[in-house]
Design a protein around this ligand. Structure first.
Ligand code: SAH
Length: 327
């Protein structure tokens, strides 16, 4: 699709049902009916960044910070593997305590299990990304958040839009399966820029794309802004499926946070991945990137059983594979 076609669909709610059905068909034809589950470990909420939308931003003094030890991370991963996960995702704020040596040790230990490993730990240098890859990391998630450069710069004080893009191309060139994505509903974000986001995913040839609505957090400068619209986020996701037919697309936690059935609706509108939380219950509430996050009082066993039941109820199956793109 060209930019104008994408804009027309995003601007016309009469086309919603057609769009969601079309994305569901393309998902079925290209990646099948299996749903890949990725076990998400939120291992540190300490962050040096100041992203205006995020509750983990360093100026937020009202959040209790935590950091899992190396052994806790490795044990959490092992438990997730025992629950049947074939991919572990390590996510955190940009926490420099986990320097290259520490990260590489954790990566090597986790990769001793029969599991694929995804990192989501922010912007690093080429050499750092290379070291993680050499240690065994398979995939990396780094959302561009928005391709509107002005909006990007307003949302990310002291950060560089060019560097974020460079990071993504570095990850691609190092052979990572590279994930990106955007927030939908940021203040003053336009439909035109959302169309550009989708074209950017295509240009990068992203292997995974995560889309979620913006949810305002009380301890951030955006606390009084409106939350993103669930249906608009779903449309961006469905259009991403149509334009990148064979990639992996998660039904995101943020979708479920603003719509109680959000992940299942997303799975029926182009998504083929879910990332259940496998972090121990005591830390979950503290990883508050946005308020109202689901499953904060649950444990890894409960989350696995709960999502498996919902997926089977819509006639889909849980994959036993690693779930690489094109596999
Ligand atoms: N530090 C890592 C992980 C960030 S958290 C990194 O930079 O990639 C993962 C994602 O949560 C972010 O990429 C962002 O898109 C999303 N997020 C953060 N704050 C949010 C909010 N208030 N509402 C919705 N999504 C949010």
């Amino acid at each position: 699709m060209n930019k104008q076609e994408i804009i027309d669909i995003l601007s016309d709610s009469a086309k919603n049902d057609w769009l969601f059905n079309k994305a569901d068909c393309i998902r079925h034809e290209n990646v099948g009916d299996e749903v890949h589950l990725r076990g998400l470990i939120e291992f540190s909420n300490i962050c040096k960044c100041q992203c205006k939308y995020c509750g983990l931003r360093s100026p937020n003094k009202k959040i209790e910070r935590y950091r899992l030890s190396k052994d806790e991370i490795i044990l959490t991963a092992k438990n997730a593997v025992n629950l049947g996960y074939k991919t572990i995702v390590l996510q955190s704020g940009e926490d420099d305590y986990y320097n290259t040596d520490r990260m590489c040790e954790i990566i090597r230990e986790i990769k001793k299990n029969d599991v694929a490993l995804t990192l989501s730990i922010g912007e690093k240098t080429f050499d750092e990304y290379k070291a993680f890859k050499d240690a065994g990391a398979d995939r990396y998630l780094l959302r561009i958040e928005t391709t509107d450069k002005n909006l990007y710069e307003r949302m990310h004080p002291n950060a560089s839009y060019e560097n974020r893009i460079q990071c993504l191309y570095n990850l691609k060139s190092l052979g990572y399966e590279t994930g990106t994505g955007c927030l939908v509903g940021l203040p003053k974000q336009t439909v035109e820029s959302l169309a550009d986001d989708i074209l950017f995913f295509k240009e990068l040839d992203a292997d995974m794309v995560g889309i979620g609505p913006f949810i305002p957090h009380e301890q951030t400068p955006l606390k009084d802004d409106d939350k993103g619209d669930f249906w608009l986020a779903l449309k961006v996701m469905a259009l991403t499926r149509i334009n990148l037919p064979n990639i992996n697309i998660p039904a995101t936690t943020a979708m479920e946070t603003i719509n109680p059935n959000g992940r299942i609706i997303a799975l029926n509108s182009g998504a083929n991945v879910v990332m259940p939380n496998v972090t121990n219950q005591e830390y979950r509430a503290k990883y508050e990137i946005y308020p109202g996050k689901i499953c904060i009082n649950d444990n890894p066993e409960k989350c696995r059983g709960c999502i498996e039941g919902k997926i089977k109820a819509i006639g889909r199956t849980i994959s036993k594979e690693y779930g690489f793109r094109n596999s």
